[in-house]
Write a protein that binds this ligand. Structure first.
Ligand code: NAD
Length: 300
């Protein structure tokens, strides 16, 4: 004889299933689907430091294409680049402003954040991208070399993370803090030792901020590029070349072919794609990570 479930018992069963309290019920509803809410619907704003050129420029353009309004910031000496970026982003159809200032100065970072909020609206994402490099042997380093490296690369990221976090906490709807680390945050390069140490500090600070910001629904992650063809690597190439007797351009070529599994030097857009993910709701369940994007030099 065939077994039949009475419609009433089916009803009892289904109501038991749906009313069970579940830990996952705290997750936002869309996070249980495979759909990504489009950024265009959300009107988000981002500050990208050091974005008049190089990796910062590619990040700013990518985030604008993702639907962000952007605050372009860089040092006063690069104001022409800042202004040019503002008009490029407006051409994409997003709003943009330019603010010049030095990230190693807390008061200047506070001014950048305030101006961005006043002119673009609530801050959703801070990309602490600005950084400097220097090629010098450990025993030749002066106190001033070490200080300046940490003022820009470490204090600069701290100033951006902490000022943006305070603003996001005030707004009350979470946010994303992102910092520029490097593969040298996993394994230092000789002659770039204080730069490497500063990027290890960015990685450590990213983990610590992630722990303390979680209760405010702010996620904190860093990106770790490898060898990217920008003004920074032009300098590294030239200085390493001088020390090793190589012609300009030869060191980056040699490092790219010998170190990078994918066999080519990175372009800033490779990094911008990772930052796009880290700035999107798709990475909402990720925090405290430093994501290597280097074509296969360091395997974590
Ligand atoms: P870049 O030199 O081309 O650009 C850096 C930008 O930061 C410049 O526009 C510069 O004016 C700005 N900047 C420097 N000091 C500043 C300060 N005190 N205040 C405000 N802005 C300041 O370098 P990039 O290659 O585009 O590097 C961007 C970030 O990525 C840096 O943090 C760098 O350390 C990191 N990174 C670069 C590479 C690479 O291969 N190029 C690799 C790993 C990590």
């Amino acid at each position: 004889m065939a077994f039949r479930i009475q419609p009433k018992s089916l009803l009892r069963l289904s109501s038991r299933v749906t009313t069970q309290p579940r830990a996952t019920s705290l997750a936002p509803r869309w996070s249980r689907t495979y759909a990504t809410p489009t950024m265009e619907q959300q009107n988000r704003t981002a500050i990208v430091t050091g974005s008049s050129r190089g990796i910062g420029q590619a990040i700013a353009l990518r985030l604008a294409h993702d639907g962000y309004d952007i605050c372009i910031t860089d040092v006063e000496a690069n104001k022409a680049g800042v202004d040019d970026m503002v008009s490029q982003i407006k051409d994409i159809g997003r709003n943009a402003i330019g603010v010049t200032g030095d990230v190693s100065r807390l008061d200047e970072v506070q001014r950048m954040v305030q101006t961005s909020v006043d002119e673009l609206g609530p801050l959703n994402t801070m990309v602490a991208n600005a950084g400097i490099a220097q090629v010098k042997a450990l025993l030749d380093l002066t106190e001033q070399d070490l200080k300046r490296m940490f003022e820009v690369n470490v204090f600069g990221v701290f100033n951006c993370y902490s000022t943006a976090a305070k603003q996001m906490i005030k707004q009350g709807s979470g946010g994303k803090l992102l910092g520029a680390a490097s593969i040298v945050a996993f394994k230092p390069f000789a002659l770039l030792s204080h730069y490497s140490a500063s990027k290890w500090a960015v990685r450590g600070m990213t983990q610590a901020f992630a722990m303390e910001m979680a209760e405010h629904k702010i996620t904190v992650n860093a990106y770790a590029p490898g060898i990217v063809g920008t003004a920074m690597w032009d300098l590294i190439d030239e200085e390493l070349g001088k020390k090793k007797g190589a012609k300009k351009g030869d060191t980056i070529k040699k490092y790219s072919s010998e170190l990078i599994a994918l066999g080519r030097t990175s372009v800033p857009e490779d990094v911008a794609k990772t930052v796009s993910y880290l700035s999107s709701p798709d990475s909402d369940y990720m925090t405290g990570q430093t994501i290597v994007i280097d074509g296969g030099i360091i395997f974590t």
